[in-house]
Design a binder for this molecule. Structure first.
Ligand SMILES: [Fe+2]
Ligand SMILES: [Fe+2]
Length: 305
């Protein structure tokens, strides 16, 4: 298969590509220069006109992504100083969304800095984190789920005064626990119906794929792999991918927070979103069945109060 030479850009982020040449389609497969590098987009457009769909050349993809991640990390610092939870969430979702477009390119290496910015910004104010997890935008995606799980996990860690090193590792694990979903076919990932047994088997591979993606980024602590590998394992051995009962503490904690977040916020045709109270009730059933740690469950409930 021929490599894609030009990559379509998200309209909402076009202003971030000032330093890169952008292209538009003149006719089928005929890309022409729309804006040279170094020129801001607003110097190109005439008043009242809209930009056409714009593309970047493949060779600029990774350098532009690194630049954009830096810009988003800077913006996140400003958002945190400003204290607007919605803006913090928006920047985080944009940053994670762009990063997950190229998860095997080394792009994940920008995320430890994002976690550090969050830690630096909210350590004196952990309740911001639970508030952050409840800010909802119109479409609920893996990206928003990952940001929410990260915020709840970081909030949990601050509630119990975890050491910085543990907060850093657990928060990054939470942000990346579902990174393997970037390689699950969209018709399975976005299916608004119950999956067939075969499709569910494919879906389950997001755990091992995620671990592989994390390993492919040299700048990520290998301990972070446990979150991706173990967040669907259950203490009674009924989980996946390996049906292990001896789950790490990171894996156990992320498993509870992941379920809580998904059940609270996921609005799918086959399963209506549930209130936090109902969700904790559902998790309690799994707890009685021996799937989750009673200690972590009780601690997590307390951290939400
Ligand atoms: Fe998952
Ligand atoms: Fe998840």
């Amino acid at each position: 298969m021929a490599e894609v030479e030009y990559i379509k850009l998200r309209r909402s982020l076009l202003d971030l590509y000032q330093d890169f040449p952008l292209f538009c389609l003149a006719s089928q497969d005929n890309y022409v220069l729309y804006k040279p590098s170094g020129t801001p987009l607003d110097q190109i457009i005439k008043k009242g006109e809209l930009h056409p769909t714009l593309f970047i050349h493949q060779e600029d993809r990774i350098p532009s992504l690194q630049k954009i991640q830096g810009q988003f990390n800077d913006k996140l610092k400003d958002n945190i100083i400003g204290g607007e939870t919605t803006l913090i969430k928006d920047t985080l979702c944009n940053l994670v969304g762009e990063t997950l477009e190229e998860p095997r390119s080394g792009a994940l290496n920008a995320l430890p800095e994002t976690i550090d910015i969050m830690m630096h910004g909210v350590s004196g104010n952990p309740e911001v984190l639970n508030a952050l997890a409840t800010v909802a935008f119109t479409d609920y995606t893996t990206i928003m789920h990952s940001v929410n799980v990260m915020a709840l996990t970081m909030g949990f860690c601050y509630f119990y005064d975890y050491p910085d090193e543990d907060i850093r590792r657990l928060s990054l694990s939470a942000l990346l626990h579902d990174v393997g979903k970037t390689e699950i076919p969209p018709d399975i990932l976005k299916a608004e119906r119950k999956l067939s047994a075969q499709e569910f088997a494919v879906m389950r591979t997001h755990t091992t794929i995620g671990a592989d993606i994390i390993h492919s980024n040299d700048g990520i602590d290998t301990d972070v792999v446990r979150g991706a590998m173990e967040h669907h394992e259950k203490l009674d051995g009924s989980g996946y991918p390996n049906k292990i009962k001896d789950i790490s503490e990171d894996g156990q904690l992320l498993g509870i927070i992941d379920c809580y977040e998904a059940l609270t916020n996921e609005e799918r045709l086959y399963r209506r979103a549930k209130s936090p109270f109902d969700t904790l009730g559902l998790l309690k059933d799994d707890l009685l069945a021996g799937k989750f740690s009673k200690i972590f469950f009780a601690k997590f409930c307390t951290s939400l109060l």
